[in-house]
Design a protein. Structure first.
Length: 162
């Protein structure tokens, strides 16, 4: 059962201004009664149009910043680190997900997995083909080049880079 308007008014009377403004900013996620109660609370607090506009501009700036962060790619050194040192991030976790770097998160996982698979291939293939003992390391380096060249996220460009 949905709360009535009085219950909504009591609930939103305790909310801080920024939370009320956030509800109005995302009004498509709320019921009409909720929007009415929040609008009434904003009017009773005499929050002006300037504060509403400032809040909307800040929200748009945060959204643009988050979209830009989502497309930031891993540097070559980080790709090498994840490919050849795939076991290290277990001890030193990165916060790519929490920080909004979704492309970096995807690429770090991609290079970890391809690094493990490449290590297995470069360790087993020289044994099966009776190659020299150092050929496994060379093969592992070549497989990094292959993984790097077929990285699906490699072609992503930021608007700020162009």
């Amino acid at each position: 059962m949905l709360p009535d308007k009085n219950e909504l008014a009591k609930r939103y009377a305790n909310f801080p201004n920024d939370r009320l403004l956030d509800i109005l900013y995302h009004k498509e996620d709320y019921t009409a009664d909720t929007i009415d109660a929040v609008q009434a609370e904003i009017n009773s607090r005499q929050i002006g149009a300037d504060e509403l506009e400032t809040f909307a501009v800040e929200k748009k700036a945060v959204k643009i910043n988050n979209e830009e962060k989502a497309h930031v790619k891993l540097a070559l050194g980080a790709k090498l680190f994840f490919f050849f040192g795939w076991f290290i991030p277990i001890a030193f976790p990165t916060n790519y997900r929490e920080d909004g770097f979704t492309t970096k998160l995807w690429q770090s996982r991609y290079f970890r997995v391809t690094g493990v698979v490449s290590l297995l291939v470069s360790g087993l293939l020289p044994v099966w083909l009776n190659l020299g003992s150092g050929s496994g390391f060379g093969l592992w380096a070549v497989l990094f080049g292959v993984a790097y060249s077929i990285d699906p996220k490699k072609g992503i460009t930021n608007e700020s880079e162009t």
